[in-house]
Structure formats: structure tokens, C-alpha cells
Unconditional design. Structure first.
Length: 345
């Protein structure tokens, strides 16, 4: 099949993210708290920074890049772009401009492959109505690609990851298991019937977030990426000192996820995630459960907190505007009474 990009990367997609525990050490004394204009910094680990422009407009800004998660250069570019742009949609905004970030081992990989990566990213950006207007490239040992993306949102429609409320119902818009599938692919153990399933999910852009941002009943949104479902849900719950009860059997999974875990196929990022925040989880003593909820996702779905009386209406909005989404009700937000913060039933 030609050059396999994943053989040139030690990690895969968002699975190469630094673990939450180590990230806390790195950001210690480097936290940007909100100011009059900086509405969102990095204090609460939200999806993008938010700067008040005035006249009811907020500028959103985010950066995301990683090593190859698939072998095809074109698909790598599409996935990286969809993943980065998703941060804007997760804040309820619409993207307006992107810049490319490219690291390429020019002595190991052809420049034609790098061109394919960028072409894939441009196609996703065009589908989102924006242009990749420039960027920066360097010669490094491992291939790396991503985007810096700017977006806009009305102040009243800005969505945070930490503004959920007790009683909110939690929705998830994409299946889990991406890290498991891509690890199987990297190890050349992916079954023929599962070829391309993870790629289809990862290149699907979370555009519906811009519509959900306009819904008052939607209290909070984030996208599920490298810290897995459990890690990103903890980022939502902790600032408000709330908890959640999740119906594990309601979680949508990629076909074959259980089979691969039975074969001990999973990314290293799963273990790093569990070591970082496993103490805040209950009901994941089972190997399968633990490795599903801590599985690093790349370009994963939106995790949406919705007012209970409006859940059906919000689901209809998602289904009408994003018919490929297997949107699922996975649980609810509760009081935190000590002990575990997320209870999987």
C-alpha cells in the first residue's frame, strides 16, 4: 500500500497528547484566568480561547496538531483538520480562518506526501467554508500536522465546557473506540470488515455545534478527544463541583471494539489517562469498561449537556442537521457528594 505514515510516529493522533496529570505540572504557574476581554483562558481547560471583540462578538482561537493516526496522507490531513476545527464548533462558534502547522522529516518522507496531507486538510476546511491561508513548516524527525483556527460567535451564544447544571442530560454524538481501532490498524490487526470505519468517524466534522450554540437549553458543550470520554467529562464537572451518572450500555461503540480489547489491543494513552484520573471513576473495575471510557479519541464527538425538558428537541436538531450522528443519551449530571465524580452503571 506504499508508505505507512503510522510507522513514523510513536503515538497516534490525540493519543500522543501529554497526560492530564503531566499537563497540570507543565501549566502550573502558567494559568491564564479570565479578564475583561479574555473571556476564556486555559484556567478551566476549555476547547478554545475566547476574546471579547465588542458589539456582541467573540473571537475564538485554538490550535491542535498531532502525529499520524492513519497511513494515508490525504486522510491524515482530513482528520487533523476536522479535529482542530471541532474546537470552534464545540464553543458554539463558526470557523473563519485557519493556518497550517507542519513538521515533516524531509529525509525520510517525500514532499509529495506532505502535499497530500495539506490537500486533505484544505478539503475539510473548504467543506467548513474557510480557507487555510498560510502557516509554518519545519524539518523534524516525526511527521506532525494540524491547524490553528480562528472563529466567531455571538457573546450570548458562547458555550463553555464547564457551565452544565445539576439534572442536565448528557448527549454524545459519535461512537467511542477510535483509539482502539487505530491501534489495531497500526499493528496491522484491523479486520477487513472494519477498514475505514474509524476514518469515516474522524473526518466527520462537528458542524452541528454552531447550531447547538444558539440553543438556550444547551448549557455546555465539549468535544471528546485525547483524554477520552471520562477525562473530558471530568473537565466539565470539576469546576462546578458536580458529578455524573453514566449508563455504560448506552455508550455508542465502533463495531469490533470489544473484540480488539479481548486481544489486548489498545493505545498507550488509555493507561496514561486512567493513571491520571482513574481515582475519580466508579464502575470501571472491569477491563473492558475502563479501556472504553479512557480510550483517547481523535476528532471525537460532541458531549452536550442539555436541560432535561428540552432533550428531545435538541436531539431532533442534531438528527435533522447531522443525520450521520448516532446521538445517544448517555447519562445525567448529579450532585457531588464525595468519592468518585463519575459513576458508570
Amino acid at each position: 500500500m506504499g508508505t505507512r505514515l503510522t510507522t513514523f510516529s510513536h503515538g497516534a493522533g490525540c493519543g500522543c497528547k501529554i497526560s492530564p496529570r503531566l499537563l497540570e505540572d507543565i501549566l502550573r504557574d502558567n494559568v491564564v484566568a479570565p479578564t475583561a476581554n479574555v473571556l476564556v483562558g486555559n484556567a478551566e481547560h476549555d476547547d478554545a480561547a475566547a476574546y471579547l471583540l465588542g458589539e456582541g462578538q467573540v473571537l475564538l482561537s485554538t490550535t491542535d496538531f498531532f502525529t499520524p493516526i492513519v497511513d494515508k496522507a490525504y486522510d491524515f490531513g482530513r482528520i487533523a483538520a476536522a479535529n482542530a476545527i471541532s474546537d470552534i464548533y464545540a464553543m458554539g462558534g463558526r470557523p473563519i480562518l485557519a493556518l497550517a502547522i507542519l513538521g515533516w522529516p524531509v529525509d525520510k518522507l517525500s514532499t509529495s506526501l506532505a502535499n497530500e496531507v495539506i490537500r486533505g486538510a484544505r478539503d475539510i476546511a473548504a467543506d467548513c467554508g474557510i480557507t487555510i491561508a498560510g502557516g509554518h513548516s519545519i524539518d523534524i524527525p516525526e511527521p506532525v500536522f494540524g491547524l490553528s483556527v480562528n472563529g466567531l460567535v455571538d457573546t450570548k451564544h458562547l458555550k463553555r465546557n464547564s457551565t452544565l447544571e445539576k439534572g442536565d442530560v448528557l448527549l454524545l454524538t459519535k461512537p467511542l473506540g477510535i483509539g482502539i481501532h487505530t491501534t489495531a490498524m497500526k499493528q496491522q490487526k484491523l479486520k477487513p470488515e472494519h477498514e475505514g470505519l474509524a476514518t469515516q468517524v474522524m473526518v466527520h466534522v462537528n458542524k452541528v455545534g454552531a447550531l447547538l450554540g444558539k440553543e438556550d437549553a444547551v448549557h455546555a458543550i465539549t468535544d471528546v478527544t485525547g483524554f477520552g470520554l471520562a477525562g473530558h467529562l471530568l473537565e466539565m464537572l470539576t469546576p462546578r463541583n458536580l458529578a455524573a451518572r453514566i449508563d455504560f450500555n448506552a455508550l455508542p461503540l465502533l463495531s469490533g471494539t470489544r473484540e480488539y480489547l479481548e486481544e489486548q489491543i489498545f493505545p498507550g494513552g488509555t493507561t496514561r489517562n486512567f493513571k491520571s484520573f482513574g481515582g475519580a471513576l466508579e464502575g470501571v473495575e472491569d477491563f473492558f469498561r475502563r479501556h472504553v471510557v479512557c480510550d483517547p479519541q481523535t476528532s471525537g464527538g460532541l458531549l452536550v449537556a442539555v436541560e432535561p425538558t428540552k432533550v428531545d428537541a435538541v436531539i431532533k436538531i442534531i438528527q435533522r442537521n447531522d443525520p450521520k450522528s448516532p446521538v445517544a443519551k448517555i447519562g445525567c449530571v448529579t450532585d457531588f457528594v464525595g468519592g468518585a465524580r463519575i459513576h458508570f452503571t
